[in-house]
Design a protein around this ligand. Sequence first.
Ligand code: C2O
Ligand code: CU
Ligand code: CU
Length: 511
Amino acid sequence: MQAIGFGVVSASGLSSMFPGAKNRRVFAQQSGEYSNPLKIPPLDDGRVIDGVRQFELTMQSGSSEFLPGTMTATLGINGNYLGPTLHYRRNENVALQIHNQVGEPTTLHWHGFHVPSSEDGGPHQEIAMGETWNPRYQVLQPAGTYWYHSHALHKSAEQVYRGLAGLIIVDDEANQELDLPSTYGVDDIPLMVQDRKFNNDGSFRYGSDYEDSVIGTHGDTILVNGTWQPFFEPTTRLVRFRLLNAANARTFSFAFSDGREFYQIASDGGLLNSPVPMTELVLAPAERGEILVDFSDSREVTLVSLAKPLAFPDFPGAMSQIIRSLNAQTFDILSIRPRQILSGQVVLPDRMETIRPPTGIITEVTRQFRLSMGFGTRSGDDRGPGTGSRNGRGGGHGGGHFAINGRVMEVDYINETIPLYSTEIWELTNDSPMMHPFHIHHGLFQVLDRNGELPPPNERGWKDTVRVDPGELVRIVMRFEDFADTQNPYMYHCHILEHEDNGMMGQFLVV
Ligand code: C2O
Ligand code: CU
Ligand code: CU
C-alpha cells in the first residue's frame, strides 16, 4: 500500500532470499502526521437484572476505514472492529448472551479469568454461525485489565486479526480507594496495540506470507484501539494507560521518545505491590501492563516501541534472516500532545497491594513444558505421536511444527490431569530460536524465577502469560482449588496466535 504514511525501508537483502519477503516492509521512525484522534472503545456496563450483570454481544462482520479513503473488511463485537470494554465489578455475577454472526464457527474466551472450564470460551465452547452462547460466571479476578477474544479451533489467529477481541476492566473497592486515575477515556486510557498489514485494495493481508506461519503474523502498520496514526491529548497531569499487547505475534518494548520514566502499577492480573519505575516495558502478545505517566511538563512526546533484535546467528538461509529481523526496529505508536493547562495532581500510591504466594507449600517441580518449533525440512521433534502432518498443517517441508513436550495439540487428547487442591510448579523451557509467551487458562500464576534468578519487580505480581526466551528456564507456581470438571479441559499455549493455532497448545483437566 503506497499511500500510507510509513516510510518504506527495504528489509536488508531479505527479498532476494525469500519470495514472501517482498511484501515485508519495516517501520520507519518519525513518519506520518498522527492526526487521527485515538478511538476509545465504548465502556459497556451491561445491565444489572436480579443481581446479575448482563451483557449482550454480537460477533459480526463489517468494514472499517483505518487508512484514509480505504475500507477494510473487518470483524467486531457490537461494532465493526474490536468490541466494547466490558466493565465488571469483582465478586459479582455476570451473564452474557453472545450471538455469532461472523459467518463461520467462533468462540469467545475470557483471557485471564478464573471461570469454570465450561464457561471459558476455549476451542470446546464453539458457537456455530447463527447460534447464541450464554456463559455465566462469577468475577473472581483481582481488579485489573483483562481481555476477551476468539479462541476458535485453528482459527483464533485469523479471527483475532480481523477484529474479534475486546478489553475487560475489573474494578473493586480497594482499587477505587487508591485514587488512581480512573475516569475512563479521560485519564484512564485503554491502549490495545496491534500490528497489521494491508493489501493494495485495503483488505487485511493475512495468511499469504509463508514467514507468518513460522514467526506469527507481523504487520508494518500499527493500530491502537483500531486507530491508525493516533494522537491523544492528555487533560490531566497524571494518566493511566492500560496497555494490552493485542497483536498476534509481535512483542512491543514500550517507551517514550524522550526516555521519560513512568511507573508500572499493574501486570496481567491486577496491581503490583507498589509502582515500579521504568523507562521501558516489554509486553509479549496477550500481556498487559498498566502504567502511570506524568505529563506535567505539557511537552509533546511519542509512545514508541524500541528495537530489541534477537541475538540469533547469521547463517545463510531465510530463517536466520527472518528471526534476526524480529523486533529489529524502533517505531512510533501514539503521539501524545498534552494541553497547556492540565488538571489534577501527580500523586503515586506507595503501597498498593500485598501479593502473597499461592497457598499450599511446594518446592518441587510438578510438570515440565518444553516449547519447540521446527521449520524447513525438519519436522521439529521426534517424541510422541502428535506430528504436525496429522492435521494437514505442515510438519514436513516448509511447514511449521509447533509442539509442547514434542506433541502438537489434538482436540481429543488430554495432555495433563491435575488433582484438585494442588499447588504446582511448572517448569517452562524453550529450545526454539524465538521467544514464546506461555499462557494458561484457569487462573493466575506467579513467576518464581527466570534461569534461577528472581524475576524483575514488574513480574512479581499475578500473571497469566509469561515470556519464555530461547534457552531460558522459567518456573511458575499456580494453585488449582476449584472448578473440577472431568469433561471440559482448560488450555495452555503459546500466545503467538499462529503458533497456538498450529499446535503449540495443550489441554488439562482439573479433577
Ligand atoms: Cu488469550 Cu487461550 O488465550
Ligand atoms: Cu486465556
Ligand atoms: Cu510461540
